[in-house]
Ligand binder design. Sequence first.
Ligand code: COA
Length: 331
Amino acid sequence: MNGLTILGTGSYTPPFALTNKMLETIVDTDSEWIKLRTGILSRAIAAESETTLSMATAAAQKALDGLDRSKIGAVIAATITPDYLTPSLSCLLQRDLGLPTDIAAIDINCACSGFVMAMKTAHTLLADMPGRTALIIGAEMLSRVTDYTDRATCVLFGDGAGAAVIRRDAAGTFASDCGAVGNAELLSCRAQYLCNNPFMPRPRDAEPGAIAMNGQEVFRFAIETCSESVKRTLTRACAEVDSVNHFIFHQANRRIIDGIVRKLGITPEKCVINIENHGNTSSATCAVALDDLFRSGKVNAGNRIVMAAFGGGLTYASAYFTQSEEIKYND
Ligand code: COA
């Protein structure tokens, strides 16, 4: 039972599109610069009424469509922008989706590597839950933590959610790799707390809770660690790069994906690219891209799929699985 297969996928993207041209009106940037340096044309931004939970729920509803919810044994939500510190996003999803209560409900803070880590974690958890499935989600409202006066970051990020229902699979193969290089200098977002101990007053955190980043260093880290992680995962799966049918890389910057593709010698057409209209939605990018891939009708039974991501932490993760069956979508 070492394999993993996907039973359903779903995604949700807010309808409001923040285009490069619109960004030109609020920050010192240039539409063409953004397109050339990142591959992004627009990104979805959540409306006031939307929450990370509402987006995650919408994506999960689609992934669960036609599936037996009573079989879900784990719900694992990857997010760095939850609505609450507690209860976790996964607990709120258990409630709102009417999932069983004898369930492992866990949030993962692994930034952009979160959805791949959710898959890896779910695969492990399901090992002692025979007959059960897992719901994994990547959901982010990065507009909450984006400083729209900082052109080095605000052109990159967007909001959205993606989800998948998975089960362990006797016939298939699953292999994975992950790592962390703790670093709060290259990519970070400080938590905001009240700090209001009346007997020992101290000032609130001076820095706002916004993403701060050294773009060039993160760029280098991304290409290097992601490529090496995929190589290790493929070795563990006893698979060659050429035998993989579909690659899903974290959609942070089109040039990073191109760099990984070159380094690994991948046929570019095998890569899912949707960064143009989404931007970087952190843990949601791989989840949304997975949904796009499955709904495109390009995944056949027996196909080999690789997902890989990198991000804050710094972290990286990759996974390989063989898809045992085609998914039929009703919508
Ligand atoms: N609009 C216009 N010009 C911009 C700009 C913007 N939004 N952001 C930066 N520039 C300018 C810089 O000021 C610099 O100008 P200068 O040459 O006059 O000093 C020039 O463009 C080049 O800046 P640089 O930082 O070298 O650009 P880059 O090619 O590295 O692209 C990023 C910047 C952020 C797009 C790129 O480094 C990147 O994507 N890094 C990875 C970030 C990431 O993925 N983070 C999340 C990880 S999960």
